[in-house]
Design a protein around this ligand. Structure first.
Ligand SMILES: [Cu+2]
Length: 118
């Protein structure tokens, strides 16, 4: 019996974080890519707070590159892609399209501002 209780307790401990995530879940931030911009182009996050970045493209293949956090994604039309992201440092960080998409490609960029949670 004691052994069974221990097992139960272990199960609860292991499952607790999963159920917590399912209940509230991290905030989903939808980032729309199109020639030649990201919407929103400015994203504010809190340090240490996990968010889900959901990428969609309305026209063609784009890339998302946030080198300061080693986040990158291929954004295909009709195929939304979700990436979990937890900023671990505060500051202002540039992200840009890293797949050539036409004349305005070089200007296709945005900014992530990470604030200290306090
Ligand atoms: Cu591009």
């Amino acid at each position: 019996m004691n052994h069974y209780l221990k097992k139960c307790l272990l199960c609860m401990l292991l499952l607790a974080p999963l159920t917590a995530t399912a209940d509230t879940g991290p905030t989903v931030i939808v980032i729309k890519a199109s020639k030649f911009l990201f919407q929103p182009a400015k994203i504010e996050l809190k340090k240490g707070q996990t968010v889900i970045l959901e990428f969609t493209s309305s026209d063609r293949m784009h890339g998302f590159s946030l080198p300061d956090f080693a986040v990158r994604a291929d954004i295909e039309p009709g195929n939304p892609l979700r990436v979990s992201f937890t900023p671990d440092k505060a500051g202002s960080f540039v992200f840009r399209c890293d797949i050539f998409c036409g004349d305005g490609h070089e200007e296709m960029a945005g900014e992530i501002i990470v604030r200290d949670g306090g």
